[in-house]
Design a protein around this ligand. Structure first.
Ligand SMILES: [Fe+2]
Length: 250
């Protein structure tokens, strides 16, 4: 999609591709179907981000890597080549910084970014303070699907405020295309106009519904934004920051 010599194409920064660990893929068969769809959509890399909720049964960080290795082996057998990377979507809890330090929860693959979600009805002050705490402990929070939080959608300044603090912003592909509703489309169009988005993810959960579709979203982004910004949010920044490409080649 992005030239014959490109080392990668779109990077999906948020998906529930690991079977049987959350409300995402229910079986290895479904995972392989999701990967087939992702590959057809032009995705070269996926960061698997299973849900982590404190006091729930969660997959361990070692378990995430083991599962991804198993999936990659099966991918090879059927001729698929979507590269998988380990991450986690963490539902915010108060002693998260300590859990990050002791490896109880997973960061994004670079070790420095953390994908965080809240209740869609959460109060803005709670979100802001939580982000502030994560930043103070030396991690960079990525707010998962920012378009879902009512307090941010209703407040014209909130997204700017978070970005000024150093929070990074992830948006779901289905919100940009309108598949997640007109309100999400309108809000994310504003984010694109103001260049407030850092990463795009499919937040895919299955092979039938909430699938890893991104091609239509990518086309829209290239239509609405300049090429440099579109490249950066669809793969460039994920490649350099979340997959720590620069660090690996230093
Ligand atoms: Fe998610």
């Amino acid at each position: 999609m992005f030239g014959r010599d490109a080392p990668h194409s779109i990077i999906d920064t948020h998906c529930h591709i690991i079977p049987g660990v959350d409300d995402g893929s229910r079986s290895m068969q479904e995972t392989l179907k999701m990967l087939t769809i992702a590959s057809d959509e032009g995705i070269s890399d996926m960061i698997a981000t299973p849900h982590y909720k404190r006091d729930h049964r969660n997959i361990s960080t070692a378990g995430i890597s083991e599962k991804l290795e198993q999936i990659s082996e099966l991918e090879k057998e059927i001729g698929l080549n979507v590269k998988l990377h380990a991450g986690e979507e963490i539902y915010y809890f108060s002693d998260l910084s300590e859990a990050l330090r002791n490896g109880q929860v997973a960061t994004m693959p670079d070790g420095g970014h953390v994908l965080i979600e809240f209740s869609p009805m959460e109060n803005y002050i709670v979100i802001r303070n939580a982000m502030d705490g994560i930043l103070s402990s030396g991690y960079t929070p990525i707010l998962a699907h920012i378009e879902r939080y009512e307090c941010i959608v209703r407040d014209d300044d909130a997204a700017f405020d978070l970005k000024n603090m150093g929070v990074e912003v992830q948006v779901n592909a289905s919100s940009i295309t309108g598949a997640a509703g007109a309100a999400a489309k309108r809000f994310t169009a504003g984010l694109l106009r103001n260049r407030l988005i850092d990463f795009i993810g499919t937040d895919s959960h299955g092979a039938r519904e909430r699938t890893p579709e991104i091609r239509k979203c990518a086309k829209l982004i290239y239509k609405k934004c300049d090429r440099e910004y579109a490249d950066s949010i669809l793969f460039g920044r994920a490649y350099e920051e979340l997959l720590a490409y620069k660090a690996l080649t230093r």
